[in-house]
Design a protein around this ligand. Structure first.
Ligand code: PFF
Length: 452
């Protein structure tokens, strides 16, 4: 049985879907996580592997996820269950949806904490707190924030409530408008920041750091991290894009849509890197300083540029909005499932999910202060959740999705849903999903655990 529309509604147009999916993809992953992980992994070679992962794994799996969502027209759990049934496969494939829901809880819990940092910084920017600070001053400001669990809890709580409020009302209303303003705004501000970095920063050193591959610095672990970052930044492997795909109209071209989303996401990440690294080198900061990277480098730039306060306020406003539109999508799969299966209204479903993720977030908050010394394999609670979700759970979800589409669905079902005119392009995509993606993910996993 093929359901034509989802009970949760439908995007008003293909453009609306592009906006929503871009809103999901572009977020803290691009502006906070990409520069700091690239910085910790030596730059160039990491960035190259990341770009390869985007192109060879991310884009094909995004097409697969949208296709599954649109064909199933329900929450990821029920979509996978019904597609498995339609294709005569085991209901165990519903596990992809379950895995996604669990992964979503983990991600949302720490994502909201970091989004809380951006909220805190928005208020600091507005209050001109960066004006005149030097590198030490901005570092001290950051340390003061993250070592204050009560403050972090307050910001985390506010951000989670903001997210629940939107998800409760349904993702379509409001989201389209928000993203329409956000995306162009973010691009303009980032380009201006790159311009500032080019004039005042050490631009070529930053550029070379990002684009000159030094393969000696590329470890097995950094390959795993580059793959994990590709999944995280594109919101893949946990059903978020699948859930959004289930609200897409049957006429829209999935391939073109996915290509636009992936290009926009990649552009934003690269611009963020180009804005940050020249400032890092010009101020003798450390590229490998970890999760605080943008919270130290960018305020330093704002502290010294003319009109810095206004510009900083604008930047952090946009970053909060970008984090918000992403967090909304992280919550969507579980909310849609609760609403479908437990006849719960969306407001109640979203509140329950937000509540559980909020509670889990406390562990991440404490990781920066009271629990900083409780580590597992050298990682704090926050590091562990971040590592586990991005580098293991999301690629695992992507691996299973690729196997299901590549081997468990009839090729005729896949062709029917994608309705691609160019046959050769279909086969390129099909080959990537069927062989390249699962084999590459499996090899990177096996190598990371030392089995090959
Ligand atoms: N892609 C988002 C970002 O880059 O910030 C994070 C994210 C959203 C991850 C949705 C996973 C997800 F399902």
């Amino acid at each position: 049985m093929i359901i034509k529309t989802s009970i949760h509604g439908q995007w008003s147009s293909r453009v609306a879907f592009i906006l929503a999916a871009t809103g999901s993809a572009v977020g803290l992953g691009n502006i906070w996580r990409f520069p700091y992980i690239a910085g910790e992994n030596g730059g160039g070679a990491f960035v190259l592997v990341y770009l390869l992962c985007i192109l060879l794994l991310g884009l094909p799996i995004m097409i697969a996820e949208i296709m599954l969502g649109r064909r199933g027209r329900q929450s990821p759990i029920n979509t996978m269950l019904s597609l498995a049934r339609d294709e005569g496969r085991s209901p165990l494939w519903g596990g992809i949806g379950w895995l996604g829901v669990v992964t979503g809880f983990f991600i949302l819990s720490f994502y909201s904490v970091i989004a809380g940092w951006t909220l805190a910084y928005l208020f600091r920017a507005g209050g001109a707190s960066f004006a005149g600070l030097d590198a030490e001053g901005v570092s001290a400001l950051f340390t003061a924030l993250i070592s204050d669990p009560e403050k972090l809890l307050a910001w985390h709580t506010i951000f989670m409530i903001m997210t629940v409020m939107v998800v409760a009302r349904g993702v379509q209303s409001g989201l389209e408008k928000a993203v329409k303003l956000l995306m162009p705004g973010l691009l303009v501000v980032l380009v201006l920041l790159v311009g500032y970095a080019a004039i005042e920063g050490n631009f070529w050193q930053g550029f070379a750091f990002m684009f000159r591959p030094d393969f000696a610095s590329l470890t097995t672990n950094s390959i795993l991290l580059a793959m994990g970052q590709a999944f995280f930044t594109l919101s893949l492997g946990m059903g978020a894009i699948m859930a959004y795909g289930s609200y897409l109209s049957s006429q829209a071209s999935i391939v073109k849509t996915a290509a636009v989303v992936v290009s926009a996401d990649t552009l934003v990440a690269l611009l963020a890197g180009l804005a940050i690294f020249p400032i890092v080198f010009a101020s003798a900061l450390e590229p490998a300083q970890g999760p605080g990277l943008i919270f130290v480098t960018l305020p330093l730039a704002f502290a010294q540029m003319p009109g810095g306060t206004v510009f900083a306020t604008l930047f952090f406003t946009l970053l909060v909005l970008a984090a918000w539109t992403s967090a909304i999508s992280i919550m969507e799969p579980a909310t849609a499932w609760l609403a479908e299966n437990h006849e719960m209204d969306r407001a109640k479903a979203a509140s329950i999910i937000g509540g559980v993720a909020w509670f889990l977030g406390i562990g991440s908050i404490l990781s920066f202060s009271l629990w900083a010394n409780y580590t597992f394999l050298g990682m704090t609670f926050f590091d562990t959740l971040d590592y586990l979700t991005s580098n293991i759970l999301l690629p695992l979800g992507g691996f299973l999705i690729a196997l299901f589409v590549g081997f468990k669905m009839k090729i005729s079902s896949v062709q029917e849903e994608l309705a691609m005119r160019q046959r050769w392009l279909f086969y390129v995509w099909y080959y990537l999903v069927r062989f390249v993606a699962p084999i590459a993910i499996a090899l990177i996993f096996l190598r990371a655990v030392g089995l090959i």
